[in-house]
Design a binder for this molecule. Structure first.
Ligand code: GLC
Length: 714
């Protein structure tokens, strides 16, 4: 954002107190407090819950302050405002960037109509630890998927003109590596190498900054011992100097004040000075207001001016100086039919079929039992939907409406967290009177999101016991899992003939789940995170290093293995390899796992050339045919294997993907252009390099069902 004449003029006219006011957003004050805060010079507020209330606050800013600078109105519009979309982790499972952009555009239109101009989204924190409750807010474990979908979300929020009535400023968060806290505990220490920081955690932020994200939010955690809120290397040297980021760095709620418990600041004045000195532009929480103006003299005036200029430039880009008001008559309060249709399609496309013996799609049963806590629950919205009136229906009601001639029994049997399993007997008895049972299980929205880390990832309460009891009846059944994170399903998955993951699907979750169960929609989503066999495997992800002793077997806990030694020089037996004695190798379900209801044949992959220079692009193409009698969706994924590199390479790295619909019998060509960004990596001194040598390109419908072609880089 260039600094215009108006910004320069305002900057020249402002007093230090007025400048400091522009560098704060006070955390969720009441409307009256907000009006008084604005009179005192605060330059940003949280959304006061309506267009009319927003206009009232803007009027105070414009008419009751000396310079009449309008305020930024911020809100966590994470996956929808009035019409709730599937949670971001579910959107990631759809492997569908245009869909993510459409959903963000809908959210922006609804939010801006109410006066919101700044959302604290997308979250592009890569995470390989499903114990961390905030995996629900991001796009999973993969760098490329997170970068592509985060960029799509920014495009959806911001459009091409931030002053448009359906655009809001996006915030990439939480910069950086917040998704890898030790122990999976939210806010905990992060200590990653510069190599991993560059190649995993920074990369999605670099992508969304390049996409034009208007702001970046600092993370609560430390990186290599230095809290991000006071980390000049990350906030200024990398983000602003190296990447040229000209937007706003906003603190997370009380992140500056948290520098005291972090143990890096003696008092609030010291914390505020470190934060703004490190490159923070807007403090969230109100810390500077608690300071004596004299305390602020520690902050370099030029730094303050730079921060104020960034804030004013965003207000100008949003068109607030020209028209800070919204028309209350045009505020979108209720979902439109088109909005409902969009989030319904999205919820269906984010569904992942973990397994299916043919039970799904369902034929219309005469007598069906719905059991489990999600049978009648309407808790489908997921984390961060706040309380602006959004609501969802129940699966039971939706199914009754779709099967008017069937006998639909509903016996939940237990709640989400119940330790009381006495209701399972009623569910079992009801099952014996039915032709089909659907177990609607999962974790409630409250168990994922911020400050919601779990140490045990199995289904909460006694839901596993319910599933095993239904399996024991011998009545055909399927399981639907609604969740905000990967779950450990090892204890029951082998007994379930069909398992569908529906995540937290939002306003139209119930209709979408029924659409998928009956085959009106294809559950062709893919897992955006590995599902571990055990919480003991975490952190777990597919793009791991090979190690010097890769294992090919695991889980051989017997006395024999304890006696096995070396079979001779250099021939290390399975014993001395990287595995667990008491657990099979790898995840229960891998990243990229999934399939739809249709079947597809993949031809031989073709490369436009078998050898390229580091700066050339090669085209990889593959014919895919729908070999089934129904229209279906296929997600083709391309992974790169750098066979030998100067840094231990990951065994695979997703570099491209595409989802397409194919009619029965249709053959189509998926083609991918692969260049430097697919073959290279960030080496020392922030240099992105492509090394000569042999690469293998793996292409297929899932990570574990690919064909490889070789490519040599000269
Ligand atoms: C929270 C979250 C952050 C959110 C902010 C404002 O603590 O960490 O993601 O945007 O506060 O609500």
């Amino acid at each position: 954002m260039s600094t215009t004449h108006r910004v320069h003029a305002l900057l020249a006219a402002m007093t230090p107190a007025e400048k400091l006011g522009q560098l704060q957003i006070v955390f969720r004050p009441s409307s009256t407090d907000a009006a008084q805060l604005i009179r005192e010079g605060i330059g940003s507020v949280f959304w006061p819950r309506s267009a009319a209330a927003t206009n009232a606050l803007q009027r105070v800013a414009v008419e009751e302050t000396r310079l009449g600078i309008p305020v930024l109105v911020g809100l966590d519009v994470i996956h929808g405002q009035r019409t709730i979309a599937p949670v971001p982790l579910a959107q990631a499972a759809a492997f569908d960037p245009p869909l993510v952009r459409e959903l963000a555009a809908l959210a922006a239109a609804e939010a801006r109509s109410g006066g919101v101009t700044w959302t604290f989204s997308p979250m592009v924190d890569v995470s390989r630890d499903p114990r961390w409750g905030r995996v629900v807010e991001g796009f999973g474990e993969d760098v490329h998927l997170t970068a592509v979908l985060g960029s799509a979300m920014v495009r959806g929020y911001q459009g091409t003109d931030l002053s448009a009535p359906d655009a809001i400023a996006a915030t990439a968060k939480h910069y950086v590596a917040y998704g890898q806290p030790e122990g999976g505990r939210d806010y905990n220490t992060v200590d990653v190498s510069e190599h991993r920081l560059r190649n995993v955690y920074l990369e999605p932020f670099r992508a969304v900054v390049a996409e034009g994200a208007a702001s970046v939010m600092a993370a609560f955690n430390t990186v290599a011992g230095r809290p991000v809120h006071a980390n000049r290397h990350l906030l200024t040297e990398v983000l602003k100097d190296e990447w040229g980021f000209a937007g706003i760095v906003v603190g997370d709620a009380d992140g500056v004040r948290n520098l005291l418990p972090h143990g890096v600041a003696e008092d609030l004045a010291h914390a505020v000075a470190q934060a703004f000195g490190a490159g923070l532009d807007v403090e969230m929480g109100g810390a500077p207001r608690d300071l004596d103006p004299a305390d602020l003299e520690r902050i370099d005036p030029a730094r303050l001016d730079d921060a104020v200029a960034r804030v004013l430039a965003l207000k100008e880009a949003l068109g607030l100086f020209d028209d800070p008001y919204v028309d209350p008559a045009r505020e979108r309060i209720e979902p439109t039919d088109a909005a409902r249709a969009l989030v319904r399609r999205a919820a269906a496309r984010s569904c992942v079929l973990l397994k299916n013996d043919g039970t799904l799609p369902l034929r219309a049963p005469a007598r069906i039992l719905l059991t489990g806590p999600y049978a009648e629950s309407t808790d489908h919205l997921g984390a961060w939907t706040q309380s602006f009136g959004a609501h969802a229906g129940s699966i039971a009601d939706e199914l009754r409406g779709r099967l008017p001639d069937a006998e639909v029994s509903v016996v939940p049997g237990l709640g989400f967290l119940d330790d009381d399993a006495s209701g399972i007997a009623d569910a079992v008895a009801a099952a014996h009177e039915c032709d089909l049972v659907l177990v609607l299980a999962g974790e409630p929205s409250a168990l994922s999101g911020e400050a919601a880390s779990r140490s045990d990832l199995r289904l909460p309460g006694r839901q596993e016991q319910l599933i095993r009891a239904i399996a024991g009846t011998g009545i055909p059944f399927g399981v639907v899992l609604e969740t905000g994170r990967p779950l450990v399903v090892a204890d029951w998955i082998d007994e379930a003939p069909a398992v569908l993951v529906a995540w937290h699907g939002g306003t139209e979750a119930a209709t979408a789940i029924v659409d998928v169960l009956f085959g009106d929609e294809d559950p062709a989503g893919r897992l955006p995170m590995s599902w571990p066999r055990s919480v003991g495997q975490i952190p777990i992800h597919y793009a791991h290093e090979r190690t010097g002793r890769p294992a090919s077997t695991g889980g051989t806990l017997t006395t024999e293995t304890a006696d096995v030694g070396l079979d001779g020089p250099g021939n290390v037996h399975e014993k001395y390899t990287s595995k667990y004695l008491d657990l099979g190798l790898g995840p229960q379900f891998a990243f990229g796992h999934g399939s739809g209801y249709a079947t597809f044949a993949h031809g031989e992959p073709r490369l436009s050339g078998s050898e390229v220079s580091p700066d050339e692009t090669v085209s990889l193409s593959i014919d895919v045919t729908n070999t089934s009698a129904r229209r279906g969706e296929e997600v083709v994924q391309v992974y790169v294997e750098d066979v030998v590199a100067s840094i231990a390479p990951p065994v695979r790295r997703l570099v491209a993907f595409e989802r397409r619909t194919l009619d029965p019998g249709e053959t189509t060509v998926f083609a991918f252009g692969l260049g430097r960004e697919a073959l290279g990596f960030w080496a020392a001194d922030a240099a992105f390099i492509v090394e000569p040598g042999l690469f293998r390109l793996h292409v297929g419908p899932t990570l574990t069902s690919t064909q490889a072609v070789e490519l040599r880089v000269r």
